[in-house]
Design a protein around this ligand. Structure first.
Ligand code: SF4
Length: 425
């Protein structure tokens, strides 16, 4: 069963006045256990909803609609399936201790439903027989899978879960049932790089269309998990990995007309190289995994420059992490010419996780406040919207409202897209 958390305006549920808190038990006789069941079973022309009112009375609703139209029910969040592995490089173990961060950051999720719905990477190690059946029955494809290595002993050493050694059997099963996989390797030096990486890439490539893409992401140890028996890649190791990736890409481009295997921006940056342009990534959308984000933002800004409104004389500050600094400096120089504003790009060091964590989305509210303090006064400050959660709170529980109140004479805006933000702010 699911409980209604809210209703989309002007939806079927809105017209029917379905109340928040109503329990949905079944649709067309199928038990509804979570949001995914709701999505799956409401996609019919005739929908018979069995529900229970807040006072315990039963409610039956018969609805006719287009199969594509949703009911407009937003359910309460599902209980997240937890990870049963114990990777030494786990980002959750890399969090600061002593409850410094909001609770969600301490949850190790490994939930195939979130993989299908939101592209979260999963390891397949906590799937029960009925989960496998559901993946096949509801055609939960594509799934995003952290493979790391196809050699059972290597994967077992990395995930420290006996179930993880069955990765080849798991991928076989998904392939046989037509479930497509976006695979990922988190590259750890002296563990799954070198010959192991080459063999893993060949194994995954040989699986044909069932592995749609492979992303290679360098391990990112923080100040809190760097002493758990691992280290970050050196520049030479990153260069070697990029050479290996290029070998399989050349083969894929000839045989499949796509690169198929994609190195994360961070791998290029750690190798001292410029991340590639958009052609490298074909049309694959893997930005959430740090693959192609720099390329995307560069393209977006260069294509949108002509539409920006003039802003002569304004001082605009752009806060970011180390990994985006150079790119943003180049892009804001072009925006300066197009708008007449003066830009200052401020690269912030991560005070929560340590200097090895360079992504803007993991900077705290205190880091942002510090950067703004150093640059005030300004007319407008922009920072990555990824640094906020849905309640506009930074990782350290500073709210956007609190940050703004520290700089009452200046505008401070989160930004997903520089062009959109500068057009609408
Ligand atoms: S699979 Fe992911 S969440 Fe689980 S221990 Fe490994 S890194 Fe952490």
């Amino acid at each position: 069963m699911i409980r209604i958390a809210s209703i989309e305006p002007e939806s079927i549920a809105d017209e029917l006045n379905l109340p928040v808190g109503l329990t949905v038990l079944e649709i067309n006789g199928n038990p509804i256990q979570d949001a995914l069941d709701l999505i799956f079973y409401q996609a019919e022309e005739r929908v018979l909803v069995t529900a229970e009112k807040l006072n315990g009375e039963p409610l039956i609703l018969e609805i006719e609609k287009s199969p594509d139209e949703t009911l407009g029910i937003i359910p309460e969040p599902d209980k997240i399936r937890r990870c049963t592995n114990a990777c030494s490089f786990c980002f959750v173990k890399g969090n600061p201790k002593a409850d410094k961060l909001r609770d969600g950051l301490y949850i190790k999720d490994d939930d195939y439903r979130l993989s299908f719905l939101h592209g979260h990477y999963i390891t397949l190690t906590n799937l029960r027989p009925n989960d496998w059946e559901r993946i096949f029955k509801q055609r939960l494809s594509p799934l995003y899978v952290s493979v790391h290595a196809t050699q059972p002993d290597v994967r077992l050493a990395m995930l420290k879960n006996p179930r993880s050694a069955l990765i080849n059997e798991d991928l076989d099963r998904l392939g046989e049932e037509g479930i497509v996989v976006h695979a990922q390797v988190v590259l750890c030096p002296e563990i799954n790089d070198g010959a192991t990486l080459l063999e893993t890439m060949e194994n995954l490539y040989s699986r044909g269309k069932s592995i749609q893409t492979l992303s290679i992401v360098p391990v990112g140890l923080t100040a809190y998990n760097h002493d758990r028996g691992g280290r970050n890649l050196t520049r030479d190791e990153c260069l070697l990995a990029l050479d290996s990736i290029e070998l399989i890409r050349e083969k894929a481009i000839v045989e499949r007309e796509v690169g198929w295997c994609y190195a994360a921006d961070e791998l290029f940056l750690q190798a001292g190289q410029e991340p590639p342009g958009p052609d490298y990534f074909d049309d694959e959308d893997l930005e959430a995994n740090g693959v192609g984000a720099i390329s995307w933002i560069s393209e977006r800004v260069r294509n949108g420059l002509h539409a920006l409104p003039p802003r002569p004389g304004e001082k605009i500050v752009v806060l970011t992490g180390r990994s985006m600094e150079k790119t943003l400096m180049q892009l804001t120089a072009e925006i300066e010419v197009a708008t007449g504003a003066t830009f200052q790009t401020v690269s912030l060091e991560n005070s929560l996780y340590g200097p090895s964590v360079t992504t803007a989305g993991l900077l705290s509210g205190a880091d942002h406040a510090d950067g703004l303090e150093r640059t005030a006064p300004f007319d407008l400050a922009l920072f990555s919207a990824l640094a906020l959660n849905e309640r506009e709170m930074f990782l350290d529980d500073l709210s956007l409202t609190e940050l703004r109140s520290q700089f009452p004479d200046c505008r401070i805006e989160p930004s997903h897209d520089l062009i959109d933000t500068l057009t609408n702010t």
